[in-house]
Design a binder for this molecule. Structure first.
Ligand SMILES: Cc1cc2nc3c(=O)[nH]c(=O)nc-3n(C[C@H](O)[C@H](O)[C@H](O)COP(=O)(O)OP(=O)(O)OC[C@H]3O[C@@H](n4cnc5c(N)ncnc54)[C@H](O)[C@@H]3O)c2cc1C
Length: 400
């Protein structure tokens, strides 16, 4: 274990570095001032999305260049070769500083796509993609879902047909978060329609500016457009951009989805804390029912944080977190729902009419955004199926 700092020593070093690189987060003692945004998905125009993305990229590059990113990656990829949970230790310290909020495209690139390339990529692909993605010079979106292939992702119909030393991709992907700012898309495609559906899939990395790629934003009920439709119309992809063997794309896809579940456990905690602050700062006493809801939510945030620690403990022990990750995602979406329930009861009509009062109407962003996370990254029902089959060992759902 030589060269690995003790966790306390590491945290202290991280704090010192952060103090030089970022401003401390404003003390939140002052209830009723500062931003009251509780947006789950941002309501940005394309220009705002590009501006914010550039700000986050600047911060991510600083982190990477100064050795405070890619912590668990080998040194040849600019990492520090530390155990995986050092990333969580770092995040714990960073939370006290005012750094730009990372929209989905950042964890997708760094925590979902880069590890899949690490696992499945050739040496040449790792050299070409890993550093630019960990440093966020390149951003990658997930071109997975289609209108008829969401929960049943193996039903994808986007075709990839061999053509000389490359492939031609044709199809239509939907709900692609961050497609407007991504430079690469990880596309799950059908390369063999004649075999069992899970066996005929291959994964490709597609340049988002390649001829034939068209991105069309989808308006969400939050008012924003954080996800998009992506049309692939005869897009040429060299064989060197295929990730993993031909016909093994389902296994590549599963490794990305497992990483996505792992990344979801802390969702919703900030807004739950904010809702509890709201309960504590109301200018009237809480009703019995409001007290019950607030106490329940408080307990949930504690349990959710403990589950996060169990994931960390599994990583510390060198185990792949399995059950912890699926339970964590499911638990997080329920926390978001109950946060909405508490806030609705506390605020009543001032939630739905914009009176410009701080911390009231802003909560519509939470209420309209939170249901998205019961769908994104595998719906609640699918997470329950995963738990039933892989954790409880119940009989498998018949494959359609
Ligand atoms: C905010 C957001 C961001 C997203 N970002 C991306 C992205 O970046 N890239 C990408 O590829 N996709 C993305 N998605 C798509 C997401 O992965 C799919 O929406 C999700 O997998 C569900 O698929 P679907 O919408 O087709 O619903 P369906 O699969 O049609 O499901 C409809 C309903 O039926 C239920 N259901 C379906 N099958 C079963 C079953 N076997 N057992 C029990 N219930 C079942 C579901 O739980 C759901 O309630 C995003 C979605 C959202 C909401």
């Amino acid at each position: 274990m030589s060269g690995i700092p003790e966790p306390d020593e590491f945290r202290a070093e991280a704090r010192t570095w952060l103090a030089g690189a970022a401003r401390p987060r404003a003390a939140d003692g002052e209830w009723g001032s500062g931003s009251d945004s509780v947006a789950v998905f941002e309501n940005w125009t394309e220009e705002q999305e590009r501006e914010h993305t550039a700000r986050v990229q600047e911060w991510e590059r600083t982190r990477y260049d100064q050795g405070w990113s890619a912590l668990n990656w080998p040194q040849e990829y600019g990492g520090r070769g530390l155990p995986a949970y050092y990333e969580q230790l770092y995040r714990g310290e960073e939370a006290a500083f005012d750094v730009p909020h990372r929209p989905e495209i950042f964890p997708v690139t760094q925590a979902l796509v880069a590890p899949a390339i690490g696992l499945w990529g050739t040496e040449e692909q790792k050299r070409r993609w890993l550093v630019p993605m960990l440093r966020t010079d390149e951003l990658a979106c997930q071109l997975f879902s289609e209108t008829e292939a969401g929960s049943d992702l193996a039903a994808v119909r986007t075709k990839a047909v061999r053509d000389g030393d490359g492939w031609v991709l044709t199809g239509h992907k939907v709900w692609t978060s961050g497609a407007r700012v991504a430079t690469w898309g990880v596309a799950v495609c059908r390369t063999d329609p004649d075999v069992r559906k899970h066996a005929g899939i291959t994964v490709f990395l597609v340049r988002m500016d390649a001829p034939g790629v068209t991105v069309r934003p989808i308006r969400q009920m939050t008012g924003g457009t954080s996800f998009n439709e992506v049309y692939l119309d005869g897009v040429r992809v060299p064989d060197t951009d295929r990730l993993g063997p031909v016909g093994e794309g389902w296994r590549v896809t599963l490794s990305v989805l497992a990483a996505e579940r792992l990344d979801s456990g802390s969702l919703g905690l900030d807004n739950a804390d904010r809702a509890l602050d709201l309960a504590g700062n109301l200018s009237r006493p809480l009703t019995g029912s409001e007290r019950q809801r607030a106490a329940d939510l408080h307990l949930r945030t504690l349990v959710q944080r403990l589950m996060g620690l169990r994931v960390t403990a599994a990583l510390v022990a060198g185990r792949e977190p399995g059950a912890e990750a699926s339970v964590g995602k499911l638990y997080a979406t329920e926390t978001m729902r109950r946060t909405g329930d508490l806030v609705s009861e506390l605020l009543g009509p001032s939630l739905v009419a914009d009176t410009e009062e701080w911390g009231t109407y802003a909560w519509t962003e939470h209420l309209l955004g939170a249901p998205g996370y019961s769908i994104a990254g595998g719906t609640d029902e699918i997470q329950r199926t995963i738990l039933a089959e892989r954790v409880l060992g119940l009989p498998k759902e018949p494959v359609r």
